[in-house]
Design a protein around this ligand. Structure first.
Ligand SMILES: [Zn+2]
Length: 384
């Protein structure tokens, strides 16, 4: 017969260990699938399960919807100590749809920072990591199912042509550089105006919010497969004021990867390598006030030394993701060393962007510049 005492004993002896076991099981079930490239649904499902199992250290936020109405998700990772307003490393991936290893590497980094937290706790002591593993889900799914070399979004441009190159759609030297940027049928199409794409606007808004809250330290965008670490500028050839810091970090990352795997990654100021062109997220992040901004062009070379470029074989995903993590961790370690909490960041550098707008930008970007001015003035007038 049940008595209250029996019930308590039952709860303590039976239910409590069961609950514990199920919580451990739930955590253990968060295994990142690396035997194949994950679909959009696979990525979302992994993130949902991770956020539930590690709710003390992970916040998953839907920051927008793609043109075809897929969720754009941002993973915000802390060490769970409750300290608000820490500096942030903002990492994104898959602006370019066909670069399949980039969302895999971003998820691998998330897994390292969350599931393997103990080994990487030093990367989260004074910094939070905000990671957007799939910026262009429409293009990614199109690349997976219809045309694997697809690079852009899936917005219709008229005339039977589709898609804008997200890494040409940002408002810094927009559509300047070469004629294909203005061709709606070309994979370099910059869009019909700066930030024409909801996906680039979403990334822009995250950048602005981090800069305005004085948390923005490094923007790191994953691409494949050039085996380079690029730093600004791309839209003009002059060096940025802290080129030395960028170069030091890029060289450190390249060294760490070389020592670990033998893969040669080249540190380069982007314009010196590729010539000047506008519209990149890296230049934009630096322009609005991230003191550090990089593109990490990961390797697409297989363990069998074959150059697979965008589509390494599935048996090599884990090794390449691990090599990329060596680089991403090196970025984190160096940035934490160079930007300790005692080093002051410049406040609200969006003002700097608007101040330099008339000098650096052509008339073609006046509309977008006005938008930015409005953002700046709205934010300042409201808060003062
Ligand atoms: Zn790319």
């Amino acid at each position: 017969m049940w008595t209250p005492l029996c019930a308590i004993v039952f709860l303590v002896v039976i239910v409590s260990p069961l609950a514990e076991t199920s919580s451990i099981r739930r955590r253990k079930s968060i295994r990142l699938q690396l035997s194949d490239y994950l679909s959009y649904d696979g990525v979302m499902s992994y993130l949902d399960r991770l956020a539930i199992a590690h709710s003390d250290r992970v916040t998953l936020k839907e920051v927008g919807r793609s043109y075809e109405n897929r969720a754009l998700k941002l993973v915000m990772i802390t060490n769970g100590d409750g300290r608000q307003g820490k500096r942030v490393i903002f990492l994104d991936a898959a602006l370019h749809a066909r670069e399949w290893m980039t969302p895999a590497a971003a998820l691998y980094a998330i897994n390292k920072l969350v599931v393997e937290f103990e080994e990487n706790a030093h990367l989260l002591a004074d910094f939070d990591w905000h990671i957007m593993p799939l910026v262009n889900p429409d293009g990614y799914e199109y690349s997976r199912s219809k045309d694997r070399y697809w690079r852009n979004t899936r917005t219709p441009n008229g005339g039977g042509c589709f898609g804008t190159n997200l890494n040409r759609n940002f408002e810094v030297g927009w559509a300047e550089g070469f004629p294909e940027l203005k061709d709606p049928c070309d994979e370099n199409y910059a869009g019909n105006e700066p930030f024409s794409e909801v996906e680039s606007r979403t990334v822009r808004d995250i950048m602005h919010s981090l800069v305005e809250s004085e948390r923005a330290v490094m923007y790191l965008s994953l691409h494949t497969a050039n085996r380079s670490v690029f730093y600004p500028w791309v839209y003009e050839s002059t060096p940025v004021p802290n080129q030395g810091e960028h170069d030091e970090i890029a060289k450190y990352v390249a060294d760490q990867i070389f020592q670990s795997t033998g893969t040669v990654i080249k540190p380069r100021q982007a314009a010196q390598y590729s010539g000047t062109f506008g519209g990149t997220s890296m230049d934009y992040a630096y322009k609005v006030g991230f003191p550090l901004s990089f593109v990490f062009e990961m390797s697409g070379t297989g363990g069998d030394h074959v150059e697979y470029k965008f589509f390494p074989p599935t048996w090599d995903i884990r090794r390449l993701a691990d090599e990329s993590w060596t680089g991403i961790r090196a970025f984190g370690e160096k940035v934490i060393e160079i930007y300790p909490p005692s080093r002051q960041l410049k406040p609200s550098q969006i003002q700097r962007l608007t101040g330099s707008a008339s000098r650096n930008w052509g008339l073609s970007s006046m509309v977008g510049t006005t938008t930015l001015l409005l953002v700046y003035f709205t934010n300042n007038f409201v808060s003062h």
